[in-house]
Design a protein around this ligand. Sequence first.
Ligand code: CDP
Ligand code: CDP
Length: 230
Amino acid sequence: MQIAIDGPASAGKSTIAKLVATKLGYIYCDTGAMYRTVTLMALRNGIDVHDAAAITARLPQLRIDFKPTATGQQVLMNGEDVSLAIRQEDVTNNASAVAAIPAVRADLTQRQRDIAAAGNIVMDGRDIGTTVLPHAELKVFMVASVAERARRRFLDNQAKGIDVPVSVLEEEIAARDHKDSTRATSPLKQAEDAVRIDTTHMSIDAVVAEILRLHDERLGQKAGEQSGSP
Ligand code: CDP
Ligand code: CDP
């Protein structure tokens, strides 16, 4: 069983995907963390985030691993825990440029498919239902208003002691939405067979419950198909 969760920044994808995976005992794969890790690698090495050739040349030496912990999972870059480093503002604001490089997308898409091949999975990102796992049994396209997403990011930042005004966050989120939706390779867009969930006025628990309901429904359909009944 594969669950693909796509949508724009701060719609709630990773929070909800993690909870759904825990409830179901499925693997969780945060594909945004992988694009962020490539971005961090470029920034640390002084590589221009638009320099496709230089970034692509480094990919064979870049190992990205997810390590489960008691509270979630760590992201490891060549063995180093970069879970916090990849959430910094400079990485956030440069990730869309790196994610627009076709060779980076091809490389990470293959890694994501390899992870999904290991078993039942919940994967979140921008192109999971359209490109990475086009045959996922359940596809969710999660959205929320720009104002609500900026408010959520503001609260997340405050908890981390970072002070960026909501108005700046709104601009950053809108700019990232635009870049992610207009790039040539695998742009952010809803898969035709995805269920759209607007989380603007929904609690985290309500969204998780809705996805679990959809999952059970799909599982029932799958069982029916396999047993040959309509
Ligand atoms: O957490 P947030 O929504 O801010 O971002 P993320 O999911 O961590 O993704 C960071 C960036 O990676 C996004 O702005 C996209 O440009 C890119 N990304 C992508 O292009 N495709 C994916 N499957 C996942 C992320
Ligand atoms: O992964 P993505 O960027 O889509 O969003 P996230 O990092 O999972 O969620 C951003 C923030 O919104 C987190 O602090 C969540 O706790 C919060 N959130 C919320 O308040 N209500 C929801 N229905 C979903 C997420």
